[in-house]
Design a protein around this ligand. Structure first.
Ligand code: NAD
Length: 479
């Protein structure tokens, strides 16, 4: 595969310095291409190019025109669906069917924001006699987007789709571990009519290109998805320029299962919510809290489901692919070995198929039972296919356990009791709550984001558009 370059000002651009970064296929551990290693000078070139587009053609485009461009991009992504899915599967290791789902979601993000672009407006406000007062929503200007490796296409689409629809010009720093699909989509965006400079992608390491973007004085807003530690660093750098930041930092999301739940409906979702993308999902359902009276029988069914899971290369299209990198594989394995060292019982685990290349970054999905609520496995994000099971006795204890981590992104509640559904939904501290489902199929329309260490600000839906605009109040005194 040809070496990848940055996409700046509508053109491919080589790095201004530094050795290229090898891109490794997680399915076999082998490098297959390289990325440009972005420098502060590359970021600066991208920010300047974005500013020119914002002050020029893109800033002058009407909301309806921005919508038409995004609609064309959605159609182009649809036409390249299989190519993008294959690229994403190779780059991230995710099973092909999941990569195909991600490509479909990317097209849907652009479709949704295409339709929303000219429906974003301010309000008229009742005020003193003799005045007419109204608000208008304006784009920030140049927005920075730091994207992680777990869902490169989807997270790019949700962030950049909303920012462009609102009229911003974007500079994107995708993750060094996986970003080939993002580069291809930037090229498609130019084909769809996004003017040169309105969408720039600079690849490279976080501490170099990422940090240069976060601290650049020419950026007006930053959207970051990744770890809480890096999110804090990005916030500190952006604060130097008083730049607003939206953070999406993952979670330790609970699924709470009561004895009256429809367990046949819950079971496959409890499994898929942690196995999807090999558990490398910010909203993964990584804790299952089970009412005492059904703890043993449900664990038995969960164990049988985990034992049947098969793991292999992206192209084998099994339940689970490899993890993204050797570093992530070590991190996940450390959690499991710590748990075993602390006497936590492994209830079940899946199987890595014999044909999986030895150098790939595989980890069998693992179910751990009776995890003490204070153990790191019950509190910290593993970002791997590891499910922690904990029993509870009553509703109050279920809520206390659900809220007992530093995170608050998503919660699932499984019960047939309608009043209980609402009581718990109101008491759980998280940005999204799903009742008798988990994730609602991902809906791009549904505002998404966290509380506590899961971050702040909202992505997806109309809320994301509000986040990518600033409100201006205009008061006219006419007597
Ligand atoms: P990370 O937060 O370091 O990386 C995310 C993005 O931030 C990447 O594009 C990276 O290049 C960039 N980045 C890194 N350091 C930076 C810096 N100093 N300044 C600006 N940008 C910087 O995450 P990671 O190291 O790839 O993964 C570590 C853990 O983070 C994972 O195990 C997981 O728990 C969590 N994570 C969460 C998500 C999520 O979707 N919420 C995504 C990826 C990782």
């Amino acid at each position: 595969m040809e070496e990848a370059k940055h996409f700046i000002g509508g053109e491919w651009a080589a790095s201004s310095g530094g050795d290229p970064i090898p891109v490794v296929d997680p399915s076999d551990g082998q490098p297959f291409t390289t990325l440009a290693r972005g420098t502060a000078a590359d970021i600066d070139a991208a920010v300047q190019s974005a500013r020119r587009a914002f002050d020029g053609a893109w800033g002058a485009a009407s909301a309806a025109e921005r919508g038409r461009v995004l609609h064309r991009l959605s159609l182009l992504v649809g036409a390249c669906h299989e190519e993008l899915a294959q690229l994403e599967a190779r780059d991230t290791g995710k099973p092909l069917k999941q990569a195909r789902g991600d490509a479909a979601a990317l097209a849907r993000y652009f479709e949704f924001y295409a339709g929303a672009a000219d429906k974003l407006h301010g309000e008229t406000l009742p005020y003193q006699n003799g005045y007419t007062v109204f608000t208008i929503r304006e784009p920030h200007g140049v927005t920075g987007h730091i994207v992680p490796w777990n869902y490169p296409m989807q997270i790019f689409g949700r962030s950049v789709g909303a920012a462009l629809a609102a009229g911003n010009a974007c500079v994107v720093k995708p993750a060094e571990d996986a970003c080939l699909s993002v580069l291809r989509v930037a090229e498609l965006a130019a084909e769809a009519g996004v003017p040169a400079g309105a969408l720039n992608v600079v690849t490279g390491y976080g501490h170099e290109a990422g940090a240069a973007l976060a601290r650049h004085p020419g950026i007006d807003h930053i959207s970051f998805t990744g770890s809480p530690e890096t999110g804090k660093l990005v916030t500190q750098m952006a604060a130097e320029n008083h730049v607003p930041v939206t953070l999406e930092l993952g979670g330790k999301s609970p699924q709470i299962v009561f004895a009256d739940a429809d367990l046949d409906a819950a079971l496959p979702t409890l499994v898929s919510a942690i196995v999807q993308n090999a558990g490398q999902t910010c909203s993964a359902g990584s804790r299952v809290l089970i009412e005492g009276s059904i703890y043993e029988p449900l664990l038995e069914r969960l164990a049988a489901a985990f034992n049947a899971l098969r793991v292999g290369p992206a192209q084998a299209d099994l339940d689970c692919g490899p993890l993204i990198s050797a570093k992530q594989q070590r991190r996940v394995w450390d959690f499991i070995s710590d748990a075993q060292h602390d006497g936590i019982a492994m209830a079940a685990h899946g199987e890595v198929i014999a044909q999986a290349p030895e150098a790939g970054f595989y980890q069998a999905p693992t179910l751990l039972r009776d995890v003490p609520p204070t153990h790191r496995l019950a509190r910290e994000e593993v970002f791997g296919p590891v499910l922690a099971a904990l029993p509870f006795n009553d509703e109050a204890e279920a809520v206390a356990l659900a809220n007992s981590t530093p995170y608050g992104l998503v919660a699932g509640i499984w019960t047939r009791d309608g009043a209980r559904q609402l009581r718990i939904a109101r008491r759980v501290r998280s940005g999204q709550v799903f009742i008798n489902n988990y994730g609602a199929g991902g809906g791009v329309e549904l505002p998404f984001g966290g509380v506590k260490h899961s971050g702040h600000g909202r992505e997806k839906g109309f809320e994301a558009l509000y986040g990518f605009t600033v409100l201006k109040t205009i008061a006219i005194r006419h007597g």
